[in-house]
Design a binder for this molecule. Structure first.
Ligand code: NAD
Ligand code: UDP
Length: 329
């Protein structure tokens, strides 16, 4: 019997599992993999994802949706696994923190076990949160981070750190081909309008003419990457030679304060919204910017879409969604 790895080498059309495929990033990834001619199995428990994100794919002959929770084992035959299942927004991952850790850790163990049986290459959607509230700026992959292990963000941060540990132990112990991406704040069409992340919050608030909620003084920074750029980075990392395991930062180095983001969203929507300053959540990182030198060097990748342009596309999506028109995404 030929192994999954051997089949992959022979057949350019792969059968691919995407966990979290009905989410924001997962649904864009499913689109791109189908465009490349692959068969895609999307496994998602729809906790933060929605069938709306994959509605256009449900009748596709090479697409299959499975309602499945990755904290339980999954038995499938696939050539490649992308593990994206995990709530990403602070309000969602803090809603049931024990489930968040289980999703990261048990989910990783289940997907790594599947990859081990199939000898399949496996990708992990890790996060800039592994750096916590960083003391090194910008953050290179060699930085070990500054993470509170017992705070409200720990279920996510430590869950993702443990998942990285598991990926590297399966790689060392079982020779699995792994690809670990550390994703920095990414935005775009198909973000959930109520998921509480800053870009979706500000756009929805501006379009509704409500005050934009700024936590703290809005002087904390983030670096925002447009979804299409990130997915291109994902694909290049997955296609890279086996010795390129990561962890690899993927994000846009353009750094903005939250206050600057609010001003830009107000300008681009033409909204008359005001600013509403609220208390800063616990352990909110002060400064965040990826050092993407490794991705540039090894993948020849860097983001192309400037914040202003990406915001305009995202605003158009939310505008259509909120007014009940079909939203181009
Ligand atoms: P999202 O919430 O839109 O997508 C996550 C998906 O996972 C959803 O469809 C959700 O229903 C599903 N899910 C959650 N728990 C599950 C479980 N137990 N079993 C099966 N499915 C489950 O978020 P996103 O922004 O698309 O994030 C995708 C991945 O990328 C996540 O792993 C996240 O941690 C990571 N990430 C995203 C960002 C970002 O800025 N978007 C940044 C860093 C890391
Ligand atoms: N934020 C804000 N107003 C909001 C939502 C978020 O000021 O309505 C801030 C938040 O405190 C953080 C930044 O924006 O400093 C990014 O928040 P997000 O939840 O998008 O991502 P993360 O904190 O995980 O980077």
């Amino acid at each position: 019997m030929i192994t999954s790895r051997e089949r992959r080498q022979l057949d350019p059309v792969k059968r691919i599992l995407v966990t979290g495929g009905a989410g924001f990033l997962g649904s864009h990834l499913c689109d791109r993999l189908l465009e490349q001619g692959h068969e895609v199995v999307c496994a998602d428990n729809l906790f933060t994802g929605t069938k709306r994100n994959i509605a256009h794919l449900l009748g596709h002959p090479r697409f299959e949706f499975l309602r499945h929770d990755v904290t339980f084992p999954l038995y499938l035959e696939v050539d490649e696994i992308w593990n994206l299942a995990c709530p990403a927004s602070p309000i969602h991952y803090q809603h049931d923190p024990v489930q968040t850790t289980k999703t990261s850790v048990h989910g990783a163990i289940n997907m790594l076990g599947l990859a081990k049986r199939l000898r399949a290459r496996i990708f992990q959607a890790s996060t800039s949160e592994v750096y916590g509230d960083p003391k090194v700026h910008p953050q290179p992959e060699s930085y070990w981070g500054h993470v509170n292990p017992v705070g409200p963000r720990s279920c996510y941060d430590e869950g993702k750190r443990c998942a990285e540990t598991l990926f590297f132990d399966y790689h060392r112990q079982h020779g699995l081909e792994i690809k670990v991406a550390r994703i920095f704040n990414t935005y775009g069409p198909r973000m959930h309008p109520n998921d509480g992340r800053v870009v979706s919050n500000f756009i929805v608030q501006a379009l509704r003419g409500e005050p934009l909620t700024i936590y703290g003084e809005g002087l904390q920074t983030r670096s925002f990457c447009y979804a299409d750029d990130l997915i291109e980075g994902f694909l290049r990392l997955m296609a890279s030679p086996p010795d390129v395991t990561g962890p690899m930062n993927l994000g846009n180095p353009g750094e903005f304060t939250i206050r600057e983001l609010a001003d830009l969203v107000i300008e681009l929507t033409g909204s008359s919204s005001t600013l509403d300053f609220r208390p800063l959540p616990a352990d909110d990182p002060v400064q965040r910017q990826p050092d993407i030198g490794y991705a540039r060097r090894v993948l020849g990748w860097e983001p192309r879409v400037p914040l202003r342009e990406g915001l305009m596309r995202t605003i158009a999506y939310f505008d259509a969604l909120l007014s009940g028109r079909p939203a181009a995404a």
